[in-house]
Design a protein around this ligand. Structure first.
Ligand code: GLA
Length: 729
């Protein structure tokens, strides 16, 4: 619900349990008043705010006295050069070289139907408030968009700048959102990592200065820091306390920051990274930022995560796949790497069919000149030495065995030893005066150039169509480095990172339009581009190349802080694990992967008859709990690095059943049996635990917990099914 009260010039945005409130002050500045637990519409918050004269805080031109300073005000979208010494949300250089914008309120509109930001992924539905501000001196118009939903604890923000100055402007920074908190007694929780170790939660107290989470210059959201962070009170834990979450619906170079000021207040903002960014905005043109989702929960980090999960599941993931069972995949990568031929694939497909899986995905290595990772990218024609009958024969074999066929692509890349590169050496990102920066021996195509995107689209569409693939794994195995696009003039070279991502989105959009039933899985050297932007096109993303069950447990834990289980793709792989050399029981590998969009990635033909039978039982067991992966509520119960075991519960919305799964850590001699407290159940109901026969109330399971079986070896599976006992009439 969106309400504007004229008397106090205040906007009230009401979500399911949250309120976001701001007002227009006497000067026309937008003052942020509140974001958090729901307050009543009409609540006058002016008692909480008083402007004071603070030395060295500038007074803008026209200020009636020395108390009127933007430096100490709580603002919705601060701009530069007006005496606010915190980071601006907007920094624009006008034709005269000035970088001083003064945007004042002009009008607002409420859109019952959202006008989607063109070319950008976005959250669907909700009611949108558009607040228009103007700088008449320079002919700037800024629209701030706020979307709220009756059924979500989120506010989605973005901004649009229009140039009506009569000349060119250079946008040097434009955030998706900014807001100020009255104090900085918070911890930040970010998701930090590297390839094979993505999204490790790191919690640190806010302190003076700016804490920035950014993937600047990598050109993608990256393994390093995820475009998400949480702000929690010091006492907030998994199940209780205030927790704010900020996530960008964006896959490019981003920045999110928390800035503690001289006066102990906190400015939080985020959007496209302003490091090596500027955008030439011609007269009459507009620039739209990506969206940012802001959520709040007083139910701790767990509550914040569930707020994000609901938002992404219901309003972001491609709706045509929602509520439908996810394909159980057998992927060829760890089974065969580059070393296969048609016979080997047939055997793998036959074995995959025996397990009851739905889709066979042929990973890297199927195209010409691809016997290792040094070449072959860009042409996308099947290697007839390995596959004499082409992809068509593999795909037909899948269909005969009742499986759908999926295929790996790395659309954004090119190998120098390819026809594409030989014909169009200027179609990749590189400074023509220098040698290219290679990553995994490959170059990045210039996706700023629509002709390049159109060519890649044609090539992919042809292969998808002729092979009958219904599933695509879209990989991206390096970061951008030489941020120079031959297709752009010199004055637009700082637009490369953003234009590149727009090109990626346009390719995903075109493929979606052409093949509405094509199921695309995102991937980037594992989970290097796991963000809400990609999830608008890809219903799931490969979470990490690290498939070691005990390490994967930690990665899934961190990823779930922002992203729902159904969006995380997870596979059972072989042991000893190819990355860590660790051996974990097959049942434990299943237990960890079963909490996500599930599949296999190992040489099924090398398994014993018993192991293959076990796989078939696992697939059947997964189908039973799959609706909980799709739409259940996730409760994180234990974290490997903190508790020595990993466990999470998926609970049905009506709380009648739950699935608890995970893996124990290393065992020790002579220790007491571990207890696992199970949250998310109905306190008042009694539950039967299928595996142990225990019957206990939800309250007892939450407060006392269940005794896990004695740990007789390392990395044992945790797997429990709970059913509520029928309620007495
Ligand atoms: C990346 C992916 C893997 C696999 C390989 C193929 O590393 O994360 O799953 O597809 O590329 O080269």
């Amino acid at each position: 619900m969106i309400v504007y009260l004229e008397k106090t010039r205040t906007f009230y945005l009401q979500g399911k349990h949250v309120s976001y409130i701001f007002a227009v002050d006497a000067y026309g500045h937008l003052r942020h008043l509140y974001f958090g637990e729901q307050l009543a519409v009409g609540e006058d918050l002016s008692f909480c705010f008083r402007d004071e004269d603070k030395g060295f805080s500038g007074n803008f031109d026209g200020a009636k006295d020395r108390t009127a300073s933007l430096d100490t005000a709580f603002l919705e979208f601060p701009s530069a050069g007006m005496g606010d010494y915190r980071r601006p949300a907007l920094l624009v250089m006008t034709q005269d070289g000035a970088r001083q914008t003064d945007l004042r309120f002009s009008s607002f509109a409420v859109h019952r139907e959202k006008v989607p930001p063109e070319g950008l992924p976005h959250v669907r539905g909700g009611e949108t408030l558009e607040v228009m501000l103007r700088d008449d001196m320079y002919g700037l118009e800024l629209s701030l968009f706020y979307t709220v939903f009756d059924d979500q604890d989120a506010v989605v923000r973005s901004a649009k700048l229009v140039n009506r100055s009569g000349g060119d402007l250079r946008v040097q920074k434009i955030s998706s959102f900014s807001l100020d908190f009255p104090d900085a007694s918070y911890d930040t929780v970010c998701l930090y990592g590297r390839p094979c170790c993505e999204r490790m939660p790191v919690r640190e107290a806010c302190g003076p200065g700016i804490r920035e989470f950014s993937s600047a210059l990598r050109g993608s959201s990256s393994h390093y820091l995820n475009p998400f962070f949480a702000l929690v009170r010091r006492e907030t834990d998994e199940n209780a306390g205030d927790a704010y979450g900020f996530a960008l619906v964006y896959s490019g170079a981003f920045s999110l920051s928390a800035e503690m000021t001289s006066y102990g207040t906190l400015r939080v903002q985020g959007g496209i990274s302003d490091c090596d960014f500027s955008w030439l905005l011609k007269d009459g043109q507009s620039f739209r930022t990506p969206e940012a989702a802001l959520v709040f929960s007083c139910g701790g980090l767990g509550g914040m995560s569930r707020a994000f999960h609901a938002l992404w599941r219901e309003k972001l993931l491609p709706s045509r796949f929602s509520g439908k069972p996810r394909p159980v995949v057998v992927n060829s990568w760890e089974a065969a790497y580059f070393d296969f031929n048609a016979q080997k694939l047939f055997a793998l497909i036959d074995a995959a069919a025996e397990t009851g899986a739905d889709t066979f995905v042929l990973d890297d290595g199927w195209f010409e000149f691809r016997n290792n990772d040094c070449g072959g990218l860009g042409d996308w024609s099947a290697d007839r030495t390995k596959l004499p009958g082409g992809l068509e024969e593999i795909s037909a074999h899948c269909r005969e065995r009742g499986l759908a066929f999926g295929l790996w692509f790395e659309p954004e890349m090119v190998s120098e030893d390819s026809r594409l590169y030989r014909e169009h050496p200027d179609w990749c990102l590189k400074n023509p005066r220098r040698g290219p920066v290679r990553g995994r021996a490959q170059l990045v195509l210039d996706f700023c150039n629509p002709e390049v995107v159109a060519t890649v689209y044609d090539k992919m569409a042809r292969v998808i169509e002729s092979s009958g693939a219904t599933y695509v794994k879209w990989d991206m195995n390096r970061y951008l480095a030489d941020l120079y696009a031959p297709s752009l003039p010199p004055e637009r070279q700082q637009e490369v990172q953003h234009r590149y991502v727009l090109g990626v989105y346009s390719l995903a959009e075109r493929l979606t339009q052409r093949f509405p039933d094509l199921f695309m899985e995102g991937c980037s050297g594992g989970g290097g581009r796991f963000d809400a932007g990609m999830l608008f096109y890809f219903p799931q993303i490969w979470t990490s190349d690290n498939t070691d069950a005990s390490e994967r447990a930690e990665i899934q834990y961190g990823t779930s802080l922002c992203y729902p289980p159904v969006a995380m793709s997870a596979h059972v792989s072989a042991c000893p694990n190819h990355l860590t050399g660790r051996t974990t029981p097959l049942a434990s590998r299943y237990s960890v992967a079963s909490l996500c969009a599930f599949g296999y990635e190992l040489d099924l033909c090398a398994l014993s008859r018993e192991e293959r039978a076990a796989l078939a039982r696992q697939v059947a067991a997964y189908r039973e709990i799959e609706p909980l992966v799709q739409g259940g509520e996730l409760y994180r119960l234990a974290q490997m690095c903190r508790d020595g075991l990993y466990a999470a519960a998926l609970v049905s919305h009506d709380k009648t059943h739950a699935y608890v799964a995970g893996i124990t850590g290393q065992t020790n001699a002579n220790v007491l049996q571990k207890r696992l407290k199970i949250c998310g159940l109905d306190d008042a109901r009694r539950y039967r635990v299928r595996e142990t026969g225990t019957v206990a109330s939800g309250r007892a399971l939450r407060t006392m917990g269940l005794l896990l079986p004695p740990l007789r070896s390392d990395f044992m599976p945790v797997e429990l099914h709970l059913e509520a006992e029928p309620e007495k009439a």
